[in-house]
Design a protein around this ligand. Structure first.
Ligand SMILES: C/C(=C\CNc1ncnc2c1ncn2[C@@H]1O[C@H](COP(=O)(O)O)[C@@H](O)[C@H]1O)CO
Length: 230
């Protein structure tokens, strides 16, 4: 069996692919099974993303804690990557407000383990298995300021909705100052160049207001329940 240090795309010896990758497939399958089994009974939930590096007193962590609490009060479980920074703040907000707080951790070389505010936690080795869980069990994505990991999660979600691989769900960015430049670039470059369509611009919502973010999520849920579309 493989060890945590071996990387998925390592392929030094062709002979090893035949044996190790076959076992790896079972490990991947077991991660899917554990995820599906653990999360099957989750109430309606929202996945919250943002920087692992933000300090607890940063504006984005304060927003994340408010968001976690507001989502819990609206009846949503909060799913994060279970790590530090924005993830921890969102989990804390949800737990302190009496809601359900989920952490989908990832084995990393500099791993710190799941944060202390997670009620239901799973540790994944494979990012792609973990990403499936973020999408499958959430009614919406909310994205706070973050780096490459956050951008990866944001663009994966938009691509899935754009290509209609998932039922349309709200993807909400919080932080007009932080995200404004990215959205301007998407409009002035991708849209003008025809790399995205005008309607694709509607896939992302932007606000500074936690209450508005929760309202957008609730409205989308109501619309889905009423007519089966968002
Ligand atoms: C960098 C540090 C710890 C990293 N620990 C993480 N634990 C869980 N999830 C993580 C971690 N790092 C990244 N992620 C995922 O990506 C997003 C944040 O990445 P960013 O590059 O910081 O934006 C986040 O939503 C997670 O899903 C020690 O400080």
């Amino acid at each position: 069996m493989s060890t945590a240090d071996e990387k998925l795309l390592d392929s030094h010896h062709r002979g090893e692919w035949k044996t190790k990758d076959a076992w790896r497939a079972l490990r991947i399958l077991s991660e899917f099974v554990e995820g599906f089994d653990t999360l099957a009974d989750l109430p309606p939930a929202v996945s919250v993303f943002g920087s692992a590096r933000s300090t607890p007193d940063s504006p984005e962590c304060e927003l994340a804690a408010d968001l976690g609490a507001a989502l819990a009060e609206a009846g949503y479980a909060v799913i994060t990557g279970g790590g530090p920074g924005v993830m921890e703040a969102a989990n804390r907000g949800a737990t302190e407000a009496g809601g359900m707080s989920v952490g989908l951790g990832i084995e990393l070389p500099f791993e710190q383990g799941l944060n202390d505010w997670v009620d239901i936690g799973i540790d994944f080795r494979y990012f792609f298995v973990r990403k499936t869980m973020f999408v499958k069990y959430a009614q919406a994505f909310v994205v706070l300021p973050g780096g490459f990991g956050t951008l990866d999660e944001l663009f994966e979600a938009i691509t899935l909705v754009q290509t209609k691989k998932v039922t349309r769900f709200p993807v909400i960015l919080i932080g007009t100052e932080y995200w404004g430049g990215l959205l301007d670039w998407i409009k002035s470059r991708l849209l003008v160049d025809g790399k995205v369509s005008p309607e694709d611009m509607d896939l992302i919502m932007l606000t500074d207001d936690v209450e508005e973010a929760v309202r957008l999520i609730v409205d989308a849920d109501v619309a889905l329940a009423e007519n089966g579309t968002r």
